[in-house]
Ligand binder design. Structure first.
Ligand code: HEM
Ligand code: PLO
Length: 469
């Protein structure tokens, strides 16, 4: 395998042009195939995705080296055709390569999230209200069975709409439907690792997906552009009303240098907050309910913890999190057993560096197999079993094992982590305080394998939601 002298990595066989792709043909999704291959080739092995030399890392100490110890060296991102369309050539955070501008941009986004996140009551109020309307909606379908996916999707989209540009929608508002519709189109067409991203020259052939992606992106940009203009006209510096205000203020404060972000960067950040915020949170909540249906005794224990520590009537707030360690453990176990991003986003070595003592040339792509880390039998007893107790110590307090990184780590760690944790806790606790979830009569249990698109999602299932009082 290619490597700059010294030890070399075990590597999959390769042929000209296709690289190792012929050896990667499989009915398994990438995270499972890579986990299988790591048993044969070891905790880090190389492959050629077409022309691109790629390392797959499946052991926690090596993952820590990539993300933390050498985090900066591995903080690059590959250039890909689809994500370039999505982000105007990398004017976002997630798919933009490492650069001084990107660092400024990420810091601004991080600060703006903090402004409305953990420290302030703003996000808490928004989530509480949207969780309440979600509960009212579920209450009104009294015991009927339904697919929760669209209802949850609407609720979390509303949270992000209010956080980003202070709009809130009724269930059938045409603007909300537009957002949901274009997002759906992007999700269907951007499936990570598609061929166009391995051989960029394939884009000269007509490509239906790429065309649809471009259409959806243009609908998205028109809508966000309108919001941006409205915000600019009514902005009071020093008093940001929402994330868009905070970003605009930050952008205007720029020093005028070439590392300043532009208005397009603000637009792409808003777009990404939607994409990342909606897909990940709704998916994690759907996995949570799917696992609770498979493990009714776990749901019962969550219910009794809520009844004993909070009661059935008092509205829950973030300060209840420390009182509900079992619920917290359930959410962690869900993110362990079904990480929404099982191979993270590809990283790239920005300079010649090394990994586990082997040298790694600049430009090498690195896939972190978080699925393998979360299912490594060396660190997890019976890793395929759903057991929230793993996240509790012997006195029942929340504990965090070292081999658990659902949000990644280091310079590319998820910027939305605290936002996501707040949302997950408030939605899950409110839903479980008020409802009991069960398998509808005659229906089968949800499939737990899921399907890998832009995130690892459960297949659609239907659930009966019964009010608890
Ligand atoms: C990146 C997980 C929610 C925004 C990531 C990464 C993971 C992740 C694994 C990639 C890290 C890497 O490539 O090394 C999650 C999970 C979530 C969640 C499990 C919820 C359950 C959110 C939310 C937002 C968000 C709510 C924003 C509103 C981002 C962004 C990045 C990112 C912008 C790119 C960071 C970068 O490349 O520097 N997330 N995420 N995420 N996430 Fe999240
Ligand atoms: C989801 C569809 C949106 O329309 C665009 C979008 C933006 C950011 C992406 C997100 C999609 C999928 C989940 C991603 C997120 C950035 C970080 C997050 C990849 C494609 C994760 C979990 O890594």
């Amino acid at each position: 395998c290619r490597s700059g002298g010294g030890l070399t990595f075990p590597c999959l066989p390769r042929v000209p042009v296709f690289g190792s792709l012929l050896h990667l043909r499989s009915s398994l999704p990438p995270h499972l195939l890579f986990t299988q291959l790591s048993r044969r080739y070891g905790p880090v092995f190389g492959l050629y995705a077409g022309p691109h030399f790629t390392l797959v890392v499946s052991e926690i100490s090596l993952v820590r080296e990539v993300l933390l110890q050498r985090g900066r060296e591995f903080a690059g991102r590959p250039k890909m055709v689809t994500t370039d369309v999505l982000t105007q050539g990398g004017k976002d955070i997630a798919f933009a390569d490492y650069s001084p501008l990107w660092k400024n941009h990420r810091r601004l986004v991080h600060n703006s999230f903090t402004l409305f996140g953990e420290g302030s009551s703003k996000l808490q109020t928004i989530v509480q209200e949207d969780a309440d309307s979600l509960c009212e909606e579920l209450q009104s379908c009294r015991g009927q069975s339904s697919d929760l996916s669209p209802i949850l999707m609407r609720a979390v989209t509303n949270v992000i709409c209010r956080l980003v540009f202070s709009s809130s929608y009724q269930p059938n508002d045409p603007e909300l439907l537009t957002v949901i519709d274009y997002n759906d189109g992007i999700v269907q067409t951007i499936a990570r690792g598609g061929l166009v991203d391995i051989f960029p020259w394939l884009r000269i052939f007509p490509n239906k997906d790429l065309k649809k992606l471009k259409q959806c992106v243009s609908v998205r940009d028109r809508l966000l552009h309108r919001k941006l203009l409205e915000h600019k006209m009514t902005l009071t510096p020093g008093e940001p009303r929402d994330l868009l205000d905070a970003l605009l203020i930050g952008q205007m404060k720029g020093s005028g240098g070439e590392d300043d972000i532009t208005e397009d960067h603000v637009l792409m950040t808003a777009a990404e907050a939607f994409g990342a915020g909606v897909e990940t949170t709704s998916t994690t909540l759907l996995w949570t309910i799917a696992f609770l249906l498979h493990h009714p005794q776990v749901q019962e224990r969550v219910h009794s913890e809520l009844d004993e520590r909070v009661g059935r009537d008092r509205p829950l707030s973030l300060s209840d999190r420390s009182r509900l360690p079992f619920l917290d453990a359930v959410l962690c176990e869900v993110m362990r057993i079904r990480p929404v991003s099982p191979v993270l986003i590809p990283h790239v070595a920005m300079q010649d560096t090394s990994l586990g003592g082997h040298s790694v040339p600049k430009g090498t792509r690195v896939l972190v197999n978080m699925w393998a880390i979360h299912h490594d039998p060396k660190y997890w007893d019976e890793p395929d079993q759903f057991r929230p107790e793993r996240f509790l110590d012997s006195s029942g307090k929340r504990a965090t094992p070292g081999s658990f990184l659902p949000f990644g780590a280091g310079p590319r760690i998820c910027v939305g982590e605290s936002l996501a944790r707040i949302e997950l806790f408030l939605f899950a606790s409110r839903l479980l305080q008020r409802f009991h979830f069960s398998v509808p009569p005659g229906a089968s249990l949800p499939d737990l394998k899921g399907r890998l698109g832009v995130v690892l999602q459960p297949l659609r299932y239907s659930v009966r939601v019964t009010p608890r009082h």
